[in-house]
Write a protein that binds this ligand. Structure first.
Ligand code: GLC
Ligand code: MG
Length: 430
């Protein structure tokens, strides 16, 4: 389930047009959020995606945009809950939704009204989905509601995005799935310190009604969610209307609710930090080092930082002079010596749709001065992705960036995800 203790913060976010801005081809805000999460939250907090997409369309989105891996994935509008990297299904939730659910009867009513069914992949065990134009929605919802009542069917209707109409069991939906999850976490003694829910459209409305959550409606929210918000009676002080779009709106809400830290490493010009006592080193400092170092590398390749000795020395001094880089097949080289070749690659990715990010950062303390970091290093150039499963040893060292140096780096590039940057041919620094 990702982090296994009681999460300091749980973020439950919709994906399309909330976490992911489909209008931003550079994924700026998504990358900002991802860097913050990996540096400051992954080690003690829980990220949950709650999407309308089926597992098939969720996988498709992950192959298209730089989304980090969540601890829990709730799909098909709160009807499918999956845990961890293996995405093990919550069978208890499925069992609950089976109670009194007659899927065939819903399909039958849809056909009778000659509604347009969505593609096959979006028809799920506890979800029947249609396309209904905005001007017909009200009438269709009314008729369906009557039919369901007549036949005493256990079903509820959710309209989203001015086009999608979903029919789910009454007990399903994003809100009820979250309530179920929170109850489960509480029973395990893992109630989150804070919970922030994030959404932009109709199927997200329920999220804001779950007790004990903060909520953010992102700046680009759909009319139907804003209408729900304005008509919703009761206390709304826990719901923040962000000015910014998508993930930038989530960061804005973290600032509004004072959920700390809330400044992305991508927005920080980090100074050359000096290490204090080794005892002050934490898992988060080490995770920060991983994120910051890759960011600096990205910036170097993109020409976002000066091609100067000062900047380059930040890259180089982060490597121990006797460091080892273990390539595939066990060949070992010295990255401290090899990094000089990177100097000439300054700016090669300028103006190119290139980015780097890290995912699944995990840190373990090995001794007072040594930490083991494991993470996935990703690169994206246009539609080509590269992923290296990375294991590294870092040592504390005074007067170096973040007070840490890379001692050993081992990378395994995933087949089908070969690095697409010039670094595939050049020695890898991290
Ligand atoms: C996603 C799903 C779709 C659903 C919509 C709204 O787009 O793919 O089936 O209708 O979310 O919930
Ligand atoms: Mg959405």
């Amino acid at each position: 389930m990702g982090f296994s203790g009681a999460p300091r913060l749980m973020i439950v976010s919709d994906l399309d047009n909330t976490m992911v801005d489909h209008k931003d081809k550079n994924y700026t805000s998504l990358l900002r959020f991802g860097a913050l999460w990996q540096a400051d939250y992954n080690h003690d907090s829980l990220l949950v995606y709650s999407t309308g997409r089926s597992p098939a369309l969720y996988a498709e989105l992950r192959s298209e945009v730089p989304l980090i891996t969540p601890g829990i994935t709730i799909m098909s509008v709160g009807t499918e809950i999956r845990y961890g990297d293996t995405m093990a299904p919550d069978l208890g939730w499925e069992e609950e939704l089976n109670q009194g659910w007659d899927r065939d009867a819903i399909v039958e009513e849809g056909k009778k009204l000659d509604l347009k069914f969505q593609v096959e992949s979006e028809q799920r065990p506890h979800k029947v989905s249609f396309y209904v134009e905005k001007d017909k929605a009200e009438e269709v919802i009314k008729t369906l509601t009557e039919k369901f009542k007549e036949r005493q069917l256990n079903a509820k209707i959710i309209y989203s995005g001015g086009l999608d109409l979903d029919v789910l069991p009454t007990g399903a939906g994003k809100g009820q799935a979250l309530a179920y999850l929170m109850k489960k976490l509480k029973a395990e003694g893992r109630a989150p310190g804070h919970t922030l829910v994030c959404g932009d459209s109709g199927n997200d409305a329920e999220l804001f009604t779950v007790p004990d959550v903060y909520g953010v409606i992102v700046g680009n929210a759909m009319e139907e969610l804003l209408k729900w918000h304005s008509e919703h009676s009761g206390d709304k002080s826990h719901i923040y209307l962000a000015k910014e779009r998508c993930a930038a709106g989530i960061l804005e809400a973290m600032q509004h609710f004072d959920l700390q830290p809330n400044v992305s490493p991508r927005d920080q010009a980090r100074s050359i930090g000096t290490v204090g006592e080794a005892s002050q080193m934490t898992a988060s400092t080490v995770a920060h080092k991983v994120v910051d170092y890759l960011l600096l590398m990205e910036n170097w390749l993109k020409g976002g930082v000066d091609k100067s000795d000062t900047v380059f020395s930040r890259l180089k001094s982060s490597l121990a002079p006797d460091a080892s880089y273990v390539h595939a097949f066990g060949i070992i080289t010295n990255p401290y010596e090899e990094i000089d070749t990177i100097r000439e690659l300054h700016g090669v990715m300028k103006e190119k749709p290139f980015c780097m990010w890290v995912d699944r950062v995990r840190v373990e303390k090995m001794s007072d001065t040594t930490y083991l970091a494991r993470f996935d290093k990703w690169e994206k150039l246009g539609s080509r992705f590269g992923c290296a499963i990375t294991t590294a040893l870092l040592q504390t060292k005074a007067d170096t960036v973040n007070g840490l140096q890379w001692k050993l780096i081992q990378e395994t590039w995933l087949a089908g995800y070969e690095g697409s940057s010039p670094k595939s041919d050049a020695p890898k620094a991290a």
